[in-house]
Design a protein. Sequence first.
Length: 409
Amino acid sequence: MPFNKLGLSDSIMQGVTAAGYKEPTPIQLRAIPVVLEGKDLIASAQTGTGKTASFALPVLSKLGAHKPGGPRVLVLEPTRELAAQVETAFRDFARFSNLRATVLHGGVGYGRQRSELRAGTDIVVATVGRLMDFIKEGGLKLNTIEVLILDEVDRMLDMGFINDVKTVVQRCPAKRQTLFFSATVPPEIAKIASFALKDPARIEIGAARSVNTSVTHAIYPVANEQKFDLLLALLAKTDFESVLVFSRTKHGADRIATRLRNANHSVAVLHANRSQNQRIEALEGFKSGRYELMVATDIAARGIDVAGVSHVINYDVPENPEDYVHRIGRTGRAMAVGDAFTLSSPENESDVRDIERFIGRQIPRLQLEGFEYKPLGAAKSSAKAHQGYGGRRPSKSHSAPKFGGRWRR
Ligand code: AMP
């Protein structure tokens, strides 16, 4: 079904066309009519499925035009990067209307956010801490909210924000529409959903545990002390546009970035110890292609959308199987093709097995041809020899149409 049959307003349809979207993704097909109808919604969809547009488009359509008075839509996001990204999406889709969106998050001054609120805005996208600051100082009231959107609620739970989220829900008018997005819905989250939502429609796109089907996965077993050399060798042998490298720790991320820079790669770093300006600079630089690689920790990278990430390399095996799904969600977004490599030393084998159990499939073990492996013991013998990609990609043409070869070797 094309977008124009979904009942979106004309100005928002212009925004959709300008964004280059041709057909709705499955979550958009199912969520847009429900949201337009005014129903509450609880949705679990894997990351990269077009979740943001599934709520932003119908909500903007319903708002129509800018109205003076307080904000009518509140979107809560777990991280600053997600808040900024989602607000940008709202602004982009609304650019043919006069609707106004404002982002509120920490790490930057209050001045601009305060003046945007004073000037009047229709949509507030916020992280919970800064939102509470504005509520406490009296600069923002939630009594005009008509639609409340809680995004990535499972992440908010992980990050310890759930009590603040409850407070925000209680401050919104009882008569409102509430949209609830969470990759997984464990009992604690179900409890919040039951008090925040009224008779919600439920949408589940794919199993909450599934990984993006447009991504090819591979484990590269390697001795711990050879991990960095293997990373360099993989980068040298692989035809990629932009690579996100995941580290378990902030210090690890800094160390990997320094070593990659010493090997003449241009590298951005994203983790929670960096200032907000440094985080913005890293993300913008990576998105624009100024940096070919970005080294990140899980918390900083969760949910961020960088169109054109051709590869995710797990320098460290993630501790939580769920984080594997989220890391891999950075590539192959909206059905582009992406590859995901995981470097695994023998001591990580049990973590890898946990991931395989979690995602319900085995990940092939590969060896990079031409790389001089030190003996590994059991882990090595299970790996098959392969060249670079594991032979999946016959030519560069797989990713060229979407990513446009901005950085290629
Ligand atoms: P999200 O899951 O909202 O983070 O979206 C993932 C990516 O898919 C973003 O880059 C969106 O711009 C893109 N996207 C969302 N919906 C569509 C669509 N219908 N057609 C093409 N790209 C889309």
